[in-house]
Design a protein around this ligand. Structure first.
Ligand code: AMP
Ligand code: ZN
Length: 476
């Protein structure tokens, strides 16, 4: 089975052919580290995490190099330091640590290499020198600018005309620019700002050259896939591809360019002023990371996502169902299986994660129906392998289901309806689980616990009837 991906460079879906099957290379633009990641920032992380897993499955775990950079020199970081009076490094180190914690909680694998811009200044300077030498860049008043007119292929990625690009970039018409579309490779720094000595005086790099230099260092002149959010196509990736192509052989530095769609919240652009701005950390306080991951993957990566509370509730219910199936199989030992075709095939078709999730549910249905089938262990193995391909099932089913019940029971204990906040009404499986817990409590003569569970169910309008055949329930 072949992997096909939509290539923003050619504007069509293409079969993926790696340059070197023994070293498949992927670069994704990482965060600018001055504040917690918001839920939109998590989208490229999760999308390219799925791609990373698919590539590792196809070519082998050691045959994929995934580079995701950290932008730790940027005017937004400088502004934050000036505002808060904190040292730049204190801000960047703290933000990187929080980023790791948050992305780990979403089940994202760490990239193979996570280069930092401040550790690649030498490579940036060398690349800028080469661009000047080749007539693609020029120095003006302590700045070095890329001369877009020197690159006939400029615009190759976004497909925009020069006029559109100038309007879109809201470019500064600085007097030292030969062309308003020329962009900064290097700029001067004042003594209070971070700076490095260079042939053009003490200064700091522009954002785009950072990624060109880090990709060159860790992946070579030309590699396989370059990814990021759709907002990066122009100007960031357009400028990156121009710089790298002109510093190397003229070929775009990546054969395939992939871009995730944008994330909105409850139908609106996420913004602090609208009060609908969520950091990953905010959401993790109320929802398991796996619910956030499932919610993200329930939309195709190129479509816009409308992030809603209902979406998270649905994701949690879907995960509850899958975990309940796994729980029913807990005493069955199985060997590891290959990713089932029904899950792999949609993933190979331009990362169709919604279809892959639907296939997981079909597997769960088959598994549930095969309760007395002696070969039913295979369903558990397939379900686990399919989940792993999507980065799911990081929890133990018991822990997952118990935590879920605990939240409901806790809210009931506080006299709150179970539909309050992020908790929805008990599902049938949960009711049955609570009844089983009550029976176990009674067998252990823990009548207090048994009564508490009965109370929890009663508060949901669920009436228990203990009879000679066992306990039955109905909604009152
Ligand atoms: P930044 O730290 O702003 O450079 O963004 C890091 C990554 O998050 C980039 O790949 C952006 O394209 C992506 N990103 C930022 N906001 C959103 C959003 N609302 N939806 C989807 N991706 C986003
Ligand atoms: Zn970048």
């Amino acid at each position: 089975m072949d992997l096909t991906i939509y290539n923003s460079l050619t504007r069509e879906k293409q079969r993926f052919e790696p340059i070197d099957e023994s070293n498949v290379r992927l670069y994704v633009c990482g965060p600018t580290v001055y504040d917690f990641a918001h839920i939109g920032n998590a989208r490229p992380v999760l999308v390219f995490d799925v791609l990373f897993r698919v590539l590792r499955d196809l070519y082998g775990e050691d045959a994929v190099t995934y580079v995701r950079n950290i932008t730790d020199v940027d005017d937004k970081i400088n502004a934050r330091a000036a505002e808060s009076g904190e040292d730049i490094r204190t801000i960047t180190e703290r933000t990187v640590a929080a980023y790791h914690e948050d992305m780990d909680a979403l089940g994202a694998l760490r990239p193979t290499v996570e280069p930092r811009a401040t550790e690649h200044i030498g490579q940036m300077v060398a690349m800028i020198e080469k661009l000047i030498e080749r007539g693609h860049a020029y120095e003006a008043e302590g700045h070095v600018l890329f001369a877009v007119a020197s690159d006939p292929a400029y615009g190759r990625l976004s497909g925009r005309s020069m006029d559109e690009m100038i309007a879109g970039a809201r470019v500064d018409i600085a007097p030292y620019k030969k062309d308003p579309a020329d962009f900064v490779l290097w700029k001067p720094s004042t003594p209070d700002l971070p700076g490095w000595e260079s042939p053009w005086g003490r200064g700091r790099p522009g954002w785009h050259i950072e990624c060109s230099a880090m990709a060159e260092t860790h992946l070579g002149d030309v590699f396989d896939i370059h990814g990021g959010g759709i907002d990066l196509i122009f100007p960031h990736h357009e400028n990156e591809v121009a710089q790298s192509a002109c510093a190397h052989s003229g070929e775009p530095q990546a054969h395939y360019w992939m871009h995730n769609g944008f994330l909105m919240v409850e139908g609106e652009k996420m913004s602090k002023s609208l009060g609908n701005f969520f950091t990953v950390r905010d959401l993790l306080a109320d929802w398991p990371g796996e619910v956030l991951r499932y919610t993200m993957l329930a939309s195709h990566y190129r479509q816009p996502i409308d992030w809603t509370k209902t979406g998270m509730q649905q994701a949690r219910e879907s995960l509850d169902r899958l975990y309940r199936t796994l729980k029913a199989f807990e005493d069955i030992e199985t060997d590891e299986a290959d990713v089932p075709e029904s899950v792999l095939e949609p993933l190979l078709d331009d990362l169709n994660t919604p279809l892959a999730l639907a296939a997981l549910h079909e597997l769960a249905t088959k598994a549930n129906k095969a309760k007395n089938d002696p070969t039913r262990g295979k369903y558990k193995a397939l379900l686990l392998a399919g989940g792993k391909a999507l980065g799911l099932f990081g929890s133990d089913p018991d822990d997952w289901l118990k935590r879920r019940r605990d939240v409901v029971v806790q809210l009931q204990g506080l006299g709150m309806a179970a539909s309050v906040g992020s908790v929805s009404i008990l599902t049938e499986g949960e009711i049955e689980q609570l009844i089983a817990d009550r029976i176990a409590a009674r067998q252990n003569k823990d009548f207090g616990e048994a009564d508490r569970i009965r109370g929890t169910l009663a508060a949901q309008g669920i009436i228990l009837e203990d009879g000679p055949q066992g306990t039955t329930w109905r909604r009152g």
